[in-house]
Design a protein around this ligand. Structure first.
Ligand code: HEM
Length: 400
């Protein structure tokens, strides 16, 4: 088959971060796998749903740490990231995933339900004398921090430190990161490493019922996690458990406030909540972009992807592909089927999906039942300048 790189991607408009969807449409209309250069990253940008799925299924497209291995800088970040499940490939990935998923199970997540409910209700109770709050920093962040800290078995008095660490580290895996972000991330990684080395030591001496103790004990067919893998897994869970969940809760609340009729319907029919959360995941996907690298020349959908080419999967675009979703730009909390790619696809499918879903369902249910008079404080909201994540700076709401 004759393959040519013909039309490349246009530059993104100035308001790209505020509303990336028209740009995604334009790029998809050129080709669902389009060569381009977005924010100084050259590679193939995938905006089509089927195309994204095909690539995520194909193990010739490898996951890789987002920092160049050649540079001697950011040693801590690189060492730890390369031990993370997220950046491993077969066969190492399969083995580590098997070990971690044997303890971080949907059943374990189910058992957290009362803790998540209590934490949510305590937070709402603490707003009793206020007239306004920021959903992002006052509600979603503390909730996500406390839940992930509880899972890992981090002492209560350290919960607040998690938030700062998670914020610095998530930026290091976004492609918009600056040198300052990486330097800061490298330092935070050192602090987090020392923190978890101490905690792991303690749990080795005195195991408790938390995930760290379970991971230390975990052994399958003679295989165990190495100390480096254990450390990297704890840190990955801190990062993964924060930003995306905070974004899911905040984005969902924004979307509901902008669709009052559907909000009303959800209040009246709480059984719709599960399906509604799937729609929020599709409509404002918390993870907008993930990346792969081609390990050999691969011909795909009339494009010749060369060995070493970077491939950027725009999940937020795939989730609005009209070839897969009817009226993709319309919110429909009853959408069915809704096989979105918000949690990725294939072997790296998000391990925290059951937790993220449960947290969002409980958080939204509680918020909707809390007060009748919640309003957006201001109609103009600022999205953070991140390409990998759909993340609000703040979401102020008022109530009388
Ligand atoms: C709404 C919330 C979340 C979203 C949208 C999300 C999204 C994703 C996506 C897209 C991937 C695949 C990355 C890739 O293929 O390159 C992923 C992987 C992963 N996620 Fe999540 N995530 C969320 C919450 C969580 C939570 C709460 C945790 C754990 C506490 C978690 C843990 C992980 C882990 C460990 C992986 C790596 C799995 C592997 O490589 O095998 N995630 N997530």
């Amino acid at each position: 088959m004759k393959t040519v790189i013909n039309q490349t991607m246009p530059s993104p408009p100035h308001d790209f971060f505020q509303n990336p969807y028209p740009f995604y449409e334009r790029v998809r209309s050129i080709h669902p796998i389009c060569w381009g250069n977005l924010l100084k990253q050259s590679g193939w940008y995938v905006t089509g749903y089927e195309e994204a799925k095909t690539i995520l299924k194909d193990t010739r497209f490898k996951n890789r740490i987002p920092l160049p291995l050649a540079t001697k800088k950011y040693e801590q970040l690189k060492n730890i990231q390369s031990e993370m499940l997220l950046f491993k490939n077969q066969p190492d990935h399969k083995q580590l995933r098997f070990l971690v998923s044997s303890v971080f199970t949907p059943r374990m997540v189910d058992r957290l339900c009362p803790y998540i409910e209590k934490t949510t209700n305590d937070l709402l109770e603490s707003f009793r004398n206020k007239k306004a709050i920021d959903i992002v920093s006052d509600f979603a962040f503390p909730l996500a921090s406390q839940v992930i800290a509880k899972i890992l078995g981090v002492p209560q008095e350290d919960h607040h430190r998690f938030r700062e660490w998670a914020v610095s580290l998530i930026q290091t895996i976004d492609f918009t990161r600056s040198r300052k972000v990486l330097e800061n991330g490298n330092e935070v990684m050192l602090i987090l490493r020392d923190y978890f080395i101490e905690l792991i030591k303690k749990r080795k001496r005195n195991p408790e019922a938390d995930l760290i103790s379970l991971l230390i004990k975990e052994e399958q067919q003679g295989e165990r996690l190495t100390d480096e893998e254990l450390l990297a897994t704890c840190i990955l869970l801190v990062i993964a458990g924060h930003e995306t969940t905070v974004n899911l809760i905040s984005n969902s609340m924004l979307v509901l406030l902008k669709h009052p009729q559907q909000m009303m319907e959800l209040k009246e029919k709480p059984l719709l909540m599960e399906r509604a959360v799937e729609e929020f995941l599709r409509y404002e996907s918390p993870t907008q972009m993930i990346a792969r690298v081609a390990s050999e020349d691969i011909e795909l959908h009339e494009k010749m992807i060369k060995k070493g080419d970077q491939v950027y999967l725009l999940l937020g675009a795939a989730n609005r592909d009209p070839n897969q979703f009817n009226e993709p730009h319309l919110l429909d909390i009853k959408r069915d089927p809704n096989h979105h790619l918000a949690f990725g696809y294939g072997s790296h499918f998000c391990l925290g999906a059951p937790l993220a879903r449960l947290e969002a369902q409980i958080a939204l249910q509680s918020l909707l039942g809390w007060r009748e008079d919640i309003q957006l404080a201001a109609p103009d909201l600022q999205w953070r300048n991140l390409i990998g994540f759909r993340s609000l700076n703040e979401l102020k709401i008022t109530f009388e």
